[in-house]
Design a binder for this molecule. Sequence first.
Ligand SMILES: Cc1cc2nc3c(=O)[nH]c(=O)nc-3n(C[C@H](O)[C@H](O)[C@H](O)COP(=O)(O)OP(=O)(O)OC[C@H]3O[C@@H](n4cnc5c(N)ncnc54)[C@H](O)[C@@H]3O)c2cc1C
Length: 351
Amino acid sequence: MMLSAFKNLSITSRITTPFRSLSTLVLAEHEGGLIKTSSLSAVEAAKSLGGGNSISLLLAGSGRSLKDAAEHAASSHPSVSQVLIADSDKFTYPLAEPWAKLVHLVQQSGGYSHIIAASGSFGKNILPRAAALLDISPITDVTKISGSNLFIRPIYAGNALSTVRYMGSSPCMLSIRATSFPVASEPADLKSNVSSIDKVDLSILDEDDSVGKSIYVKLSSQISERPDLGNARIVVTGGRGVKSAENFKMIDKLAEKIGAAVGATRAAVDAGFVPNDLQVGQTGKIVAPELYMAFGVSGAIQHIAGMRDSKVIVAINKDADAPIFQVADYGLVGDLFDVIPELLEKLPEKK
Ligand SMILES: Cc1cc2nc3c(=O)[nH]c(=O)nc-3n(C[C@H](O)[C@H](O)[C@H](O)COP(=O)(O)OP(=O)(O)OC[C@H]3O[C@@H](n4cnc5c(N)ncnc54)[C@H](O)[C@@H]3O)c2cc1C
């Protein structure tokens, strides 16, 4: 769809009722002109709120990447009925202040019953501020949706699950764990028609001087050809037992060989073996790959909280009593400095 086909729509005039039965606004993150998989997981979550849910994706940004992302969004998932775009220099970077005002503006005019974002740094940054503006209390880290106001979320670092019934006023705002709402297959292939792309009328925001009190400084990210840690099918994690940044190269090599993403414990990050964007756990990334391999990881609850939903967990630790073995499907009591070289030698080269 060409951008010229976008309708310049004033949302305020489009919707008169403050609340529709079931309608969801998904806050979507995009990069390089593509909607992130975690935002498509948020659409999956919206879908499970119930039948008849009309799902709108809200994108913000500016320039070519927003246009490309909007086109991608329009055909990204069969359940998306509308793509809303906020095109302004204010949204060149995903800062919480303008985004929260945008969510407030779109909600006021759209009267959505639910607002959903994935529980990554994007959603965690925006939702609390938007919730405060809307005077509601968000429900965070939802892993299961049992009804339009009934949600399951982990508590005590994932050691218990709590069922929460939302009794507050609308909208019901949720952050969801992307790993709990996997995107079925290639959603783009499933969608034959494209959704409408409508522009948000930002004239009110343009007059708002309070937008823009924070400034974007820089993005530091690792450029890597490896799969993204949050979505990888295989994750190879090293803990403090790896002992040094130099030794961590073995973990890198193994990951390279089997096409895996690299993860780390907080102890390994704090010791400076790897950067903190590799941290898995309660205060790091939540992962649920098909295979999770942990080397020299003790299995502290804060670490387990980030990987316990992995389909198959393999642990290698020289301490037979290490708690990681309690969650492992396969455990090997051994020295990682013997096991990894052996694996590197015996595993076939990646095709
Ligand atoms: C509020 C809070 C939040 C936290 N968030 C996180 C989080 O998000 N993620 C996280 O990971 N942690 C988190 N932590 C820290 C967590 O409590 C643990 O300290 C950390 O996970 C331990 O990391 P580790 O397993 O690498 O190190 P250790 O607990 O020191 O374990 C190292 C393991 O390596 C084994 N080992 C040593 N040498 C070898 C060898 N040669 N071969 C094989 N095995 C060997 C040892 O037997 C040991 O079991 C958090 C803590 C707090 C208080």
